[in-house]
Design a protein. Structure first.
Length: 361
């Protein structure tokens, strides 16, 4: 090979090397560009606010929810724009996320949301069951028994009682206030309107919020009823329902008892309800004693005709329904055996016979 050929081969080799190096440089530039673009996309995605809105969105993250599904919950509720960036961030950072209830503004970044979810929710939930037929004072006792479950300085039992006794001194949310203005006579307590149920309360709940939760549930429960359809005002119906609630033991029993009391009211006969006497005396006797029957109270329906001045407890929906439209019945009397078996009577003679047969013996 002559010198000219050697020089030619060298030039070819040099061109190949130069081209190869050029491709490498281009590849590096593209890779760096892609990395920078990806990095900017990712960093912007995790650090930029989700939106300009400060609207608060309440979400619940159930126990055991995966990080990926938490991203789905956040995305479905409009709290993050890109679930893919969420997944990438979670894989890279591996944060420990807590289940619970959260109230998050829409203008948070993914980093900020992870920071919040990485700490246990400050407000835990307190679940309490209030059975049917409790007076608000008995409800207050249950709240007091669960007081340690709430945050220090949260719901005050004394304030709960104060609001229940004097609701006219407080202003509630619009829907609740309108309902009370319509159906609760001025000066009356909230007895009857605090619906019995199982509730989940936030641990930092206030007494007013506590009351509003009961009232909102009451309005929800009676929403399908025509509250103005009865022969009496709805407040009188609610008062009757509270007596039916305390006296009846089953849905069928309460239906008949509502008819019994309706007959007595129509005919001007004393209701003679031991439940109303108990409300006056603070006792819980199946049969009032002779001393109890002497108590001079408008709640003593052995002594005063008609309905007592207020409901005597907070009844269930069934009691309200059967009191709103009492059935027609021939019965004017009823008793219950020790095991709860009811017996009804048309006349006083029937009643005395039932008492002698099923109670006195």
């Amino acid at each position: 090979m002559n010198r000219s050929q050697i020089r030619s081969e060298r030039k070819k080799g040099s061109k190949i090397v130069t081209c190869f190096l050029f491709l490498i440089i281009i590849g590096i530039i593209l890779a760096v560009g892609a990395f920078v673009a990806y990095n900017n996309w990712y960093l912007k995605g995790i650090s930029s606010p989700n939106s300009d809105s400060n609207e608060i969105v309440s979400i619940t993250i159930p126990s055991g929810t995966s990080s990926k599904n938490i991203g789905v919950i956040l995305h479905d509720n409009g709290l993050i724009k890109n679930a893919t960036i969420w997944d990438l961030y979670i894989r890279m950072e591996s944060p420990a996320l807590f289940a619970g209830e959260y109230a998050l503004p829409k203008n948070l970044s993914i980093e900020e949301i992870v920071g919040i979810l990485s700490q246990a929710p400050q407000n835990k939930t307190v679940r309490i069951t209030f059975r049917e037929g409790l007076s608000y004072s008995k409800m207050a006792e249950i709240i007091e028994a669960n007081e340690a479950s709430f945050d220090p300085g949260a719901v005050s039992v004394n304030q709960f009682i104060e609001i229940a006794e004097n609701p006219d001194n407080y202003t509630f949310s619009d829907e609740i206030q309108t309902f009370l203005d319509t159906y609760k006579p001025e000066g009356k307590s909230l007895e009857g309107f605090l619906y019995p149920n199982t509730y989940d309360f936030k641990s930092d709940i206030t007494a007013v919020e506590f009351i509003e939760k009961f009232l909102a549930e009451f309005i929800n429960q009676v929403s399908d009823l025509n509250l103005d359809s009865g022969e009496r005002s709805f407040y009188e119906t609610l008062t009757l329902a509270s007596i039916v609630e305390q006296e009846g033991l089953t849905d069928d029993d309460r239906e008949i008892i509502a008819g019994v009391f309706n007959n007595r009211l129509i005919d001007g006969i004393l209701l003679q309800s031991d439940a109303t006497v108990n409300y006056a005396t603070g006792k819980n006797e199946r049969r009032s004693t002779f001393e109890d029957l002497k108590v001079d109270s408008p709640y003593n329906t052995y002594k005063y005709a008609g309905l007592p001045p207020t409901p005597i407890n907070n009844p269930r929906l069934n009691s309200i329904e059967v009191s709103l439209s009492p059935i027609d019945t021939y019965y004017y009397y009823f008793i219950h055996e020790e095991d709860g078996t009811p017996h009804y009577g048309k006349t006083l003679a029937d009643h005395n016979s039932n008492v002698a047969r099923y109670l006195d013996n």
